[in-house]
Design a protein around this ligand. Structure first.
Ligand SMILES: [Zn+2]
Length: 554
């Protein structure tokens, strides 16, 4: 038989995520593409002597997941440095810092991070704590969302931060009552220290990329949009992707969102055009621009329409930051749109969401409608008036669903400071779908788990998975009207994110002619209670028909 398949999956529950959301039993792969989808009998006709046959034994085959907002290189580098992501007490954090310092005596700075704000009063750890374990070398540790950093006295000294140092325009130095720096730096205030840090060696960045890639493949992820790509000597993940593409080690499909520097203006567009021109190799293409329009709610830097409340529920005079001045944002987005860039916004609270939508609206009215698929990531607070605008403007809703649940950070650091009714506008996924928005999903790893099954678990249940005991005391369903079903969630994490990456024509579903980007899971998640979605385990992952992950026992 001339047309024998290279690879065949038989005897499984194949959820195709095609337009009809149809099911099949078997799939044949030839030359890295899906050659046929059908019944076992149909696919057996394509099995020849050289065909590798995977007996799914009733397990589930899905299109590979695509993560529409993730930081795999930083996540991978963190895994190689002082990693605090899996710890949850102050003592554990300090123990990790002490251990790392002891085992890495030659590193001039202690870097890494991943601590959680809810472990500390008001989310702000103190410099004195680190000083007790490391005082001779600077320590700089961003929290898990990267919006605040914990530093020791040495780092503050090197940066020259004292009681007299003013807050930068795009950030805040947390202070003691006497004005001296307390040890936590929010948002742009981190730059005061970061600018003194040595650049990461390119090899470390490259190793971080491969580490992150391997981890994402182990979760059934075959592609993503890297939400911050830059070519600075400090991170240089742009170069790491190109290196990996050149060496043939980039096994994931990646769209890079080039970083918009908010300290610069429209003149940087030239540089972005040049980076895009040089930024396509193998499975990597830097065709998007990331504009971070606000911060996060927990440190009151997310841009809100109405001010944050204080401890007593009274309005403060703080509405957070618009990182890019809204009129400049309109101009920037309009120019980027005219140049064929997709714009990927960090738009978290309601004013930032509105400013991003306003900017897209101006771009649309100036340049006409196009197919660039601008998207707004995080969308934590969406003013109800803005819900229909996603559909009207062709703006994608890029959701990080793991955050849409009651846990300490939500209950203690967010809800009290938003108040009624604003806290109920959070993560309005079902409302967005009802209003016709295209929903795409991502994790924002290393901010939170990149496991799509955990993300979708929360999208469906609006509760943290049962084995998440970490800072989760409140098991109430979080805004139950905003739950979406499993089919909608899977579509968002496959076809939806493929659409955001302009790869819906050849990935995102299991259909004849598409690339064979596939993930095998240990169970059909539709056949189990929704409370168990997060327990599903990825067994094997394929890109272009090549295996990129196999569980030890698969
Ligand atoms: Zn992010």
């Amino acid at each position: 038989m001339s047309s024998a398949a290279d690879l065949a999956f038989v005897n499984g529950d194949v959820y195709t995520v095609d337009a009809a959301r149809s099911w099949a039993r078997a799939v044949a792969v030839r030359d890295g593409a899906i050659a046929a989808v059908g019944t076992d009998d149909e696919i057996r006709d394509l099995i020849g002597d050289g065909t590798e046959v995977v007996d799914l034994a009733g397990r589930m085959l899905l299109p590979g997941f695509q993560d529409a907002h993730v930081h795999p290189v930083g996540g991978g580098v963190d895994m190689l440095q002082c990693d605090q992501h899996d710890l949850d007490t102050k003592d554990a954090y300090l123990g990790a810092i002490a251990d790392y310092a002891r085992t890495h005596p030659d590193e001039s700075w202690i870097l890494g991070g991943g601590w959680s704000q809810d472990v500390f009063p008001r989310g702000c750890p103190a410099k004195e704590d680190i000083d007790t374990v490391v005082s001779d070398r600077p320590v700089f540790l961003p929290n898990r969302d990267g919006h605040s950093a914990w530093v020791n006295s040495k780092a503050l000294e090197i940066a020259g931060i004292t009681a007299d140092t003013p807050d930068p325009e795009d950030g805040r130095i947390e202070r003691n009552p006497d004005g001296s720096p307390q040890g936590t730096l929010h948002e742009g205030a981190q730059t005061l220290v970061v600018q003194h840090m040595p650049a990461l060696p390119p090899d470390t960045v490259y190793d971080g990329l491969l580490k992150g890639q391997a981890y994402l493949h182990s979760l059934g992820i075959t592609g993503w949009q890297d939400a911050i790509v830059d070519d600075s000597d400090r991170y240089g993940n742009y170069q790491a992707y190109l290196t990996a593409a050149g060496r043939g080690t980039l096994t994931a499909r990646v769209v890079g969102a080039l970083w918009w520097e908010r300290s610069r203006g429209l003149e940087q567009i030239e540089d972005l055009v040049a980076l895009r021109a040089g930024g396509s190799a193998g499975r990597f293409a830097a065709t998007s621009v990331k504009i971070m329009q606000d911060g996060v709610c927990e440190n009151f830097t997310a841009a809100t329409i109405d001010p944050y409340l204080d401890d007593h529920g009274h309005p403060t005079d703080n509405n957070g930051f618009s990182m890019v001045e809204p009129e400049l944002l309109k101009e920037a987005v309009t120019r980027l749109d005219a140049l064929g860039f997709q714009v990927h916004f960090h738009a978290l609270a309601d004013r930032a969401v509105r400013e991003a939508l306003d900017a897209i609206e101006v771009a649309r009215s100036t340049n006409g409608f196009n197919d660039l698929r601008h998207h707004l990531a995080h969308i934590q607070i969406v003013h109800p008036d803005d819900l229909p605008r996603f559909r009207q403007l062709g703006a994608l809703a890029n959701a990080q669903p793991l955050w849409a649940a009651h846990e300490a950070q939500m209950d203690e650091l967010t809800i009290p400071f938003l108040g009624e009714p604003r806290w109920t506008w959070q993560y309005p996924f079902a409302s967005l779908v009802r209003h016709g928005a295209t929903l795409v999903m991502g994790s924002d790893w290393s901010v939170s788990s990149p496991n799509p099954m955990e993300e979708m678990h929360v999208a469906v249940n609006r509760q943290m998975p049962a084995d998440y005991t970490y800072r989760v005391d409140n098991r109430d369903v979080f805004l139950p009207d905003e739950r979406i079903d499993l089919a909608t969630s899977i579509a968002a994490f496959t076809m939806g994110s493929a659409y955001a990456n302009h790869r819906d024509h050849d990935t995102g579903s299991i259909e004849t002619g598409k690339r064979a980007d596939l993930a095998v899971f240990d169970r059909n998640v539709f056949a189990h209670p929704t409370e168990e979605i997060a327990s599903a385990q990825c067994l094997m992952t394929y890109v272009d028909g090549q295996q990129v992950y196999a569980a030890a026992d698969a």
